[in-house]
Design a protein around this ligand. Structure first.
Ligand code: NAG
Ligand code: NAG
Ligand code: NAG
Ligand code: NAG
Length: 310
């Protein structure tokens, strides 16, 4: 067992002793109601944590000054690195990313360990110069909204210094729901996923709704590949190096990423003041990932993925 996966494994084990964690076969049965496809790479990388995330990734242009006030002052923002990828991006703006979806088939195959399926909503700030070298891009994350009943996922986020917020989602245990019950043409339907952090409240803290559109534009697919592959951090002590592979059967052919356009409402404190962002562009896609947990961030200096698929 390699050192870097040890914290996650020990976390899985410590939770497994007090709660029952289903093995791969049981998990498959338990999550049979989910519409997400199985993890296609679990056996290909048996000694790594792998999984899938099905959902949406949206680019939210916010004033640069607002981003500057949220990202800790000691880190520079690598403006040129995103400006050169986002032709036509509004001036003096910064690309905040909102990624919402469903984690399915997450586990470590060789040890038969798996994490029950859960939902999450991430609000993150890419292109942060964590190491102060002027070129290595990292993603800063402060809060993560995670299914309130998933103690493994909540604990995993806390181990990075992140603030994991127990959340109930509508729909429950799915990547998103279709607005209309008419399932004839799923492909053109509006989709939504809403998050409730006050578990007894009927008022969501984040709502997302998107309609499929034609062609991934104006932000190129490569940009989504780039930002989903930047190592993420909170306290800067260790990084989460999640490789998002856009080249598996989950994200190609009939499952290729679909362009979406829509709107996101976020309440404080997840953004400093309650805000609704309209006319956003993003993609909906299911993605297989390999996750290297608790990597010393300095080891990821100059990180630019591992190949053409991430
Ligand atoms: C992703 O989730 C949606 C909503 O449940 C589902 O319709 C779609 O088939 C899933 N995608 C894949 C590739 O499994
Ligand atoms: C799989 O895990 C090992 C041990 O932690 C690591 O060295 C390797 O880079 C990981 N593989 C990938 C593709 O990230
Ligand atoms: C993202 O893009 C920046 C700017 O081109 C590059 O330096 C970085 O290596 C890329 N990161 C990944 C993970 O692709
Ligand atoms: C998918 O991408 C990864 C990382 O870039 C690479 O290691 C792997 O060989 C690619 N798989 C295929 C089928 O192209």
């Amino acid at each position: 067992m390699h050192l870097v996966t040890f914290p996650l494994i020990s976390l899985l084990f410590s939770l497994a002793s007090s709660f029952s964690i289903p093995n791969f076969i049981q998990e498959h049965l338990l999550s049979a109601r989910s519409e997400s496809s199985p993890n296609p790479i679990a056996t290909q990388y048996p000694n790594n944590v792998t999984g899938t995330i099905n959902g949406t990734i949206a680019v939210v242009p916010i004033p640069y000054k607002l981003a500057r006030s949220i990202i800790p002052a000691q880190y520079n923002i690598l403006r040129k690195a995103y400006e050169c990828q986002l032709f036509g991006f509004p001036r003096d703006s910064y690309p905040l990313i909102v990624r919402a979806g469903f984690d399915h088939g997450v586990g470590l195959f060789s040890l038969g360990l798996s994490v029950p399926d859960f939902q999450k909503l991430m609000i993150f700030y890419p292109f942060v110069d964590l190491l102060g070298d002027g070129y290595s891009s990292f993603a800063y994350e402060k809060y993560i909204l995670i299914s309130s009943d998933n103690l493994v996922a909540l604990g995993g986020a806390a181990s990075y210094g992140q603030i994991p917020v127990p959340t109930n989602f509508t729909p429950s245990l799915d990547a998103y729901a279709f607005k209309s019950a008419d399932m004839v043409d799923k492909g053109s339907q509006e989709i939504f996923l809403d998050a409730y952090t006050d578990l007894s409240s009927i008022h969501p803290v984040v709502t997302t709704k998107f309609k499929p559109t034609r062609g991934i534009a104006p932000w190129p697919l490569d940009f989504y590949v780039n930002i989903t592959n930047q190592p993420s951090f909170t306290d800067g002590l260790s990084c989460d190096n999640q490789l998002n592979l856009f080249n598996t059967t989950l994200s190609t052919g009939k499952n290729a990423p679909v362009a979406v356009r829509g709107e996101i409402m976020v309440k404080a404190p997840y953004i400093p003041t309650d805000s609704t962002f309209r006319d956003l562009h993003g993609i909906k896609v299911d993605i297989a990932f390999i996750e290297n947990n608790q990597v010393p961030c300095s080891q990821l200096k100059g990180y630019s993925g591992t190949g053409s698929g991430d």
